[in-house]
Design a protein around this ligand. Sequence first.
Ligand code: PGA
Ligand code: ZN
Length: 427
Amino acid sequence: MPDTTIRRVAARRVWDSRGRPTVEAEIETASGALGRAIAPAGASTGSGEALDRRDGGTAFGGLDVQGALAAVRREIAPMLRGRDCADQAGVDAALIALDGTAGKTRLGGNATIAVSMAAAHAAAAAHGMALWRWIAGDAPDQGPVRMPLPEIQIFGGGAHADARVDLQDFMVVCPAAHSFAEALDWTAEIYRAAGALMAESGRRQGIADEGGWWPVFAGNEEAMATLVTAIERAGFRPGEQVAIALDVAASQFGRAGTYRPRLDARSYASAEWARTVEGWVARYPIVSVEDPMAEDDPAGMAGVTAAIGGRALVVGDDFLVTSADRVAAAAAGGACTAALIKPNQAGTLTETKSALDAARAAGWKTIVSARSGETEDVTIVHLAVGWQADQLKVGSFARSERMAKWNEALRIEEGLGDRARFDGRSV
Ligand code: PGA
Ligand code: ZN
C-alpha cells in the first residue's frame, strides 16, 4: 500500500474562464504522489451556498482570493499535515470542524472544496488509479460502469448573458444516443445548426458565459422554438432522439412570490409563473426543468412538481444548494424530482456525496454540474462517473474549460471499452 500520509498542502492563485482569480490547492503525499484541484465559481448563486470567499477592495473588482489562499496556507495546511488523504471523510470532517460555520464563511468554501478535491486526487494518484475509480470506492475492476447523460447548453441566457433573455440555459439531451461519445456527436451537429440559424437571421453575436450562442431573441419561447428547429435541421427527431432541458434559474427574477422576467412587460404571481412554465413543457419537447421557481418559493416548486413531475424532471439547484438537509426537506414537501450536485455549493466532497445520497434515497435523479466560472479542472467528470450520477452538466459545446470536461468523459468511456454503459432513456 502506498503511504498516503499528507506531507505538503499548498495553494496558489490561478485564473478562471472569465478572467477572475480562483484557488488551486495542491497536496503531496509521503509517497510523492501529487493531487491538484481548482475551485470553480458561480454567477447565479443560491443564497444557501458555501461562501465563495473574496477579498473585496479594489484589486480585480474585489474578487481576489488572498484570504482563501491564506486560510489554506496558514490554517488548513498545518492541520492536515500528517493526516491520511485516503481518508476523505476524515479530511473533510477536519475541514468542517476547523471552519466551524454552517456556510464555510470563516475559511471560505472555495478554500475547502479545492483542498477536499485535491486530497481525492492525491489519494488516487498514490494508488495509481484514475480518480473516478478511486471515487467509486471498491468499484470492481470488471463489470459495467454507467456513463452519465450529458446535458449541454445551446443558448445561454440569464445571468450568463446580461439577462438578454430571462432563462439561463436552453440545453439539449440525447436520450436515444447509444454512447456518451455519440451524444456529443449529435450535440455538436445541433450546436452548429443553431449557430447557422442565428447567422442566417443576422443574429449571431458570439457566445455567452458558458459557450452557448448569445440569445438574440424577442422572447424566451422563441429560443425554445429555435432550438427545436436546430434539432430538426441537424437531422434529429425532437422529443424522440433529442430533447430540450431548461434551467430557468428563477431566483434571478423571482422573489417573495412575484416573478418579474425582464422580457415580459408584466409581473407574475407564483401560480401564474408556474402555469407559464407548465405551458412550455406542454408545447415543447422538454424533459427537464431546473429551478422553475425561486429559491424562496417551496410551495411553487411543489406545485410545479405536481403538475409536470410525471413528464419532466424538476431539478433543484439554487433551491437545494447541494445540501442533504434541503434535499430531504424538499422531498418531504413534494418539491423536485432531481438534484443538481455542485461540489462548491457544499464545500467538501463528503457533504456533496451526502446530498447526492439524499437525492437517491428520495428516488430522484442526480445531475453533477460545473459552474459558470470554470477552469481546466475536470474533477466533476470523475465524480459523475465514480458516483454513477445520472447526468453531467458542464455548459455548452465550446470553450476549453467546457470541452476539457467533455473530452475527459470521452477518455473515460473509451478506457472502459465494453464495460461502458449508456442509457439516455432511463435518465
Ligand atoms: P452558475 O450557473 O454556475 O452561474 O450558478 C450554473 C447553473 O445555474 O446551473
Ligand atoms: Zn442552475
